[in-house]
Design a protein around this ligand. Structure first.
Ligand code: SF4
Ligand code: SF4
Length: 433
């Protein structure tokens, strides 16, 4: 059994995982909000079904562990069920506790990645740059059938989904900039912008400089979401402590802005990691209060209306709307685009990306994705904006496959581009803190 949290923060206060799962009254209000239930029609693949499975498992009454493993592994952890639930039962966290109770130990790939993320950034960079070189040379595509034959389907799917291969990482770029005397904000670089989409992080920093003045790069490591979702909680705690310490040294009290909503939601949930450690819990609470998602940071940005002919729509990352309770920046986009902004039907329904979900469960992920791209196609938008790495990968893949006239962009890129239009060229002041 992998190590779990044991206790969760619920609307009724801190509760054991069993008590949290028992808060589900089985009313079923969450069923139609659950993308996997809607796609499959199976009770075991709904919020209600998953909560009951975990409760039975913890009571020792579950005989079919294989069925439980399937039901829990196919949860997108999107949190739509919690939003729909009058009691706000934290189903995604309960599912993760159930997965940890079932797993002997985390998958080897997660253990290797966690080892690289905890203090071995040079080795991680070398590994990623080597794999990007192979991809650019077309060799990874040739290797896909062999990866599948060897049982590494997830790696083959990841290679098929990810198109970008940056030659420089974000921390390499931001780390050499000069630190301003009095930074007004800190930038936390999530792993997605850091290692896959540096352009997103550069856009966030540029937009923050335009709207708030100078700031500093935190030069952080991973937030811990990967080991939290797929591995050991203690590894996640270790990474969380490092991030908290770094932010305290770099500028306690300054807002910490991050531009992947999955990571931002996790940064805000740090107190739950330290329910048994009061001193760390207090530090985690102070830190969590300082964290801002790029969606919050830019919702009030002063963008001039544009005459662009491009029709724009917005997909809400699950971890922005369900994980953090953030509304879509509809007013910002209406102001910026006028009648060229069209609200996306079901904008808060998951796109099926969900971290590694689309690589591990490609068929179910594609069912969820098709519904999302169908909604985009009905708006006739040519540009879809969003706020998390997983959504960027999944929507780029889905648009290419089902609606090639559309493209996807991070909200920060859109804001930075519009803020820079008509302004003199700006030289950044952000630096490693
Ligand atoms: S999770 Fe909430 S909405 Fe869903 S069945 Fe349980 S109590 Fe009802
Ligand atoms: S987190 Fe999402 S996929 Fe999982 S049970 Fe809730 S609504 Fe369904």
């Amino acid at each position: 059994m992998s190590q779990g949290l044991g206790r969760l923060i619920t609307d009724l206060g801190d509760r054991s995982t069993y008590d949290a799962a028992s808060q589900c009254s089985r009313c079923g209000y969450c069923e139609q909000a659950c993308p996997t239930y809607v796609a499959t029609g199976r009770e075991s693949q709904s919020g209600r079904g998953r909560n009951q499975l975990v409760r039975l498992m913890l009571e020792g009454k579950l005989s079919d562990l294989g069925a439980a493993e399937e039901a829990l592994s196919t949860c997108l952890l999107c949190g739509a069920c919690t939003t729909a639930c009058y009691a706000h039962v934290p189903t995604a966290d309960i599912v993760l506790e159930g997965r940890r109770a079932l797993a002997e130990k985390p998958p080897w790939l997660v253990r290797v990645l966690t080892w690289l993320l905890v203090g071995h950034r040079d080795a991680l960079s070398l590994l990623l740059k080597s794999s990007y070189l192979l991809k650019r040379a077309g060799l990874s595509r040739l290797a896909r059938p062999f990866l599948r034959l060897a049982g590494f389907d997830g790696l083959a799917e990841a290679d098929a989904h990810v198109d970008e291969t940056p030659s420089r990482f974000l921390f390499e770029e931001l780390g050499r900039r000069k630190r301003p005397a009095e930074p007004r904000w800190l930038y936390f670089a999530p792993c997605g912008p850091n290692y896959l989409y540096p352009r997103v992080g550069l856009a966030t920093v540029s937009a923050l400089e335009s709207t708030r003045g100078p700031g500093a790069f935190l030069d952080n490591g991973c937030c811990g979401l990967l080991p939290y979702n797929y591995g050991e909680v203690e590894d996640a705690r270790c990474l969380a402590r490092a991030v908290i310490e770094k932010s305290e040294k770099s500028g306690a009290g300054l807002p910490v802005v991050a531009d992947c909503s999955s990571c931002t939601a996790f940064l805000k949930s740090y107190p739950q990691l330290f329910l048994e450690e009061p001193a760390w819990r207090a530090r985690a609470e102070r830190f969590a209060e300082s964290v801002q998602d790029a969606v919050e940071a830019f919702s009030g940005a002063d963008i001039e209306p544009s005459t662009s002919a491009e029709t724009v729509t917005y997909h809400e990352s699950c971890r922005a709307c369900h994980g953090q309770g953030l509304p879509a920046p509809a007013q910002l986009l209406s102001r910026a685009c006028g009648d060229k902004f069209t609200e996306l039907p079901e904008s808060s329904v998951c796109c099926g990306g969900a971290g590694a979900f689309s690589f591990v469960h490609p068929e179910l992920s594609d069912e969820v994705l098709k519904r999302k791209i169908g909604a985009v196609a009905r708006t006739r938008a040519s540009l879809v904006l969003t706020s998390s790495t997983s959504c960027l990968i999944q929507l780029a893949h889905g648009l290419k496959k089902y609606y090639p006239q559309g493209r996807v962009m991070h909200l920060s890129e859109f804001v930075a581009k519009r803020l820079s239009q008509g302004k003199p060229e700006h030289h950044g002041t952000t630096t490693g803190a």
